[in-house]
Ligand binder design. Structure first.
Ligand SMILES: [Zn+2]
Length: 435
């Protein structure tokens, strides 16, 4: 049940989509924002019916939209399931989570898409939006029934985890998907160039004696796909863009008016391949952590809007897949709960304007998958996050709500916390006192 009356008193409300950045009161009644303005709740704060939350230097921002998460259900519920994944999302400030198709079985049918949506609805919490497969079984051959999948709730298609390497299949996928106005989301990796690869190909991989995944394996796919998207006049989206070359290709494509978009993950914005020194399996991820010049390039591309959105690529794995030799470990790391606090660091260091960070987590990803964006305005459904930008906390296994704890940020103290999240007009997460 939505709360009858909730008042955020004297809070810094920030919504770049509305050029809003001001200290105001925000009133939520029956799940909708009904008042927003300086002192707008003055006569309500003494009402017995109102729950009043004092701003105390905190921010209120639109709730986040994640374009890329692996919630592992069906098939790998020991790593994560829809319930634990949505709990982690809520704790990270997300009201919408797009979930990838590489489940077991693969989400390539209407029945699985519907099951995911129904399961999430029965749980409550953030909204789940499936991204269905491009090809049956993610085998890169036969296209899925995209119209059925879209009608069942899919907001995009991707074979994420695998690249669609055939130019002919990719061309047909782009043409077909454009009939239904859903983006084709590519995991850009030329597998012939990355066979047996363990990490980014460079000085560090040489030092560690690990087989490398060269940048160009990403760049050639992005370059090819941009040309295919241009020819098909279709919408193309690059998942987890990680190289300076891919950023350059995207910038050029956008300048020519091609309908391309991209996302970048927090870990590709924050870590380099040096993190792999010591063979920390928590840092094994696909695409791999790159070099400082790539990190600088993706930061600049995010800041100037070439890269549209931030996506977590939340990829839970159990100790079975991570407490082992580097070569045996599965790639991926969790990211829903640490995304915003970690990225606030880039705002503090001057690498990313705060308004761009919020846009890249709200309006930009919503636009890519055609969802109405959470926003702070009167009449809007309350989908918002209360943030304490100064509160520090340490990333510990006990604190993480995800079933899996595979993050290289374990033990790190971060500054900035999500204190409360609302999705669909309801409070879906609230930090306990003293947390
Ligand atoms: Zn991927």
């Amino acid at each position: 049940m939505p709360l009858p009356l909730l008042v955020f008193r004297g809070v810094r409300a920030i919504d770049p989509a509305r050029s809003l950045d001001a200290v105001v009161d925000v009133v939520v009644e029956q799940g909708r924002i009904t008042r927003l303005g300086p002192n707008a709740a003055a006569e309500l704060v003494s009402s017995e019916k109102a729950r009043v939350i004092e701003g105390r230097g905190r921010w209120l921002v639109p709730a986040f939209v994640d374009l890329h998460a692996h919630l592992r259900e069906p098939g790998h519920e020991y790593k994560e399931d829809i319930e634990s994944g949505l709990a982690a999302a809520a704790a990270g400030g997300f009201a919408h989570v797009c979930v990838m198709a590489n489940t077991n079985p693969v989400n390539d049918t209407r029945a699985i898409t519907e099951m995911m949506v129904a399961r999430a609805r029965s749980i409550g919490g953030p909204s789940l939006h499936p991204i269905a497969a491009i090809t049956k079984g993610q085998k890169g051959e036969q296209l899925t029934e995209m119209k059925d999948l879209r009608d069942a709730g899919a907001v995009g298609v991707s074979d994420d985890g695998r690249c669609v390497t055939s130019s002919a299949v990719m061309r047909r996928a782009l043409e077909y998907a454009s009939n239904f106005d859903i983006p084709v989301i590519q995991h850009a990796e030329d597998h012939a160039l990355t066979e047996g690869a363990q990490m980014h190909e460079g000085a560090v991989s040489t030092r560690l004696g690990l087989r490398g995944w060269p940048r160009v394996a990403e760049d050639v796919i992005v370059a090819r796909d941009v040309l295919l998207a241009e020819a098909a006049r279709a919408r193309y989206h690059v998942a987890h863009l990680s190289t300076m070359g891919a950023a350059r290709i995207l910038r050029e494509a956008k300048s020519r008016g091609i309908r391309v978009t991209a996302e970048v993950t927090p870990h590709h914005l924050l870590l380099t391949d040096e993190a792999v020194l010591g063979y920390d399996t928590a840092c094994k991820v696909n695409p791999p952590l790159r070099e400082p010049e790539d990190v600088a390039a993706v930061r600049a591309a995010l800041a100037d809007g070439t890269i549209d959105a931030i996506a977590t690529d939340h990829a839970p794995h159990s100790p079975l897949e991570k407490d082992c030799e580097f070569a045996e470990a599965s790639p991926g790391l969790i990211g829903l709960e640490t995304c915003f606090p970690l990225l606030l660091g880039l705002v503090r260091s001057g690498d990313l304007p705060l308004a761009r960070l919020i846009d890249a987590l709200t309006a930009a990803p919503a636009r890519i998958v055609g969802l109405p964006s959470p926003t702070l305005k009167e009449e809007a459904v309350a989908e918002l996050v209360l943030v304490d930008p100064e509160k520090t906390w340490t990333v510990t296994p006990e604190r993480i709500r995800s079933k899996s704890k595979n993050t290289p940020f374990l033990g790190k103290e971060v500054r900035g916390s999500v204190d409360l999240t609302m999705a669909r007009g309801e409070i879906v997460f609230e930090a306990g006192e003293g947390v």
